[in-house]
Write a protein that binds this ligand. Sequence first.
Ligand code: DGI
Ligand code: FE
Ligand code: FE
Length: 203
Amino acid sequence: MNLEFFEQVISQIKEKMDPERYMHTIGVAYTSAALAMNYHYDNVDRAMIAGLLHDIAKCIPNEEKVQICMDNEIILSEAEIENPSLIHAKLGALVAQQDFWIYDVEILDAIRSHTTGEPNMKMLQKIVFVADYIEPNRTDIIPNIDRIQEMAFNDLDLCVLTILGNTLEYLKTKGRTIDPRTQISYDFYKELIDNRDKNKEAK
Ligand code: DGI
Ligand code: FE
Ligand code: FE
């Protein structure tokens, strides 16, 4: 572990974030590390860094988020224009590069996909996506969180599907716009789990 780099990242995120977001970030970092060890992901440090930086763009005011994307020729989807808070995922990948010199594609992809998910995610993307939802400092009230935390360590794909399903359900009850990426990710993992179950039955 490059301790100096970790300490630098931690002190910078603490400066950029409000205390609640900072607590959540530390929670996502250690939960990502725990999941990485659980699934024998080859690089626990990488998981920690991805967890530490996943919400790095969250505390940038929305108008500024849009402006920075325009300045950097980052194309925004309709859903992002309607809900600028969604932008923090792709913008986070840019900030990680520009301010933290992170060029590791696995880390950048994990930051980029952490809010909506993505079909066929790589291990680190799934780890950060799940850690973001289950980390113990989250103040949102999540139904059945104990069961989802347990599932995270036993069946990562099913856990991704469960989280996407809960998110869609939540967005529907709140009447919020659904980003097509969230729906596409759900459909992908639904089919994956359905096929897996069918194959199990056939055996
Ligand atoms: O940044 P965090 O709060 O830690 O977590 P996050 O990046 O997963 O963002 C959570 C919010 O994102 C949550 O309120 C649900 C919302 N979200 C996820 N998918 C969609 C979405 N919001 C809209 N409008 N549409 C989506 O498809
Ligand atoms: Fe986020
Ligand atoms: Fe988060």
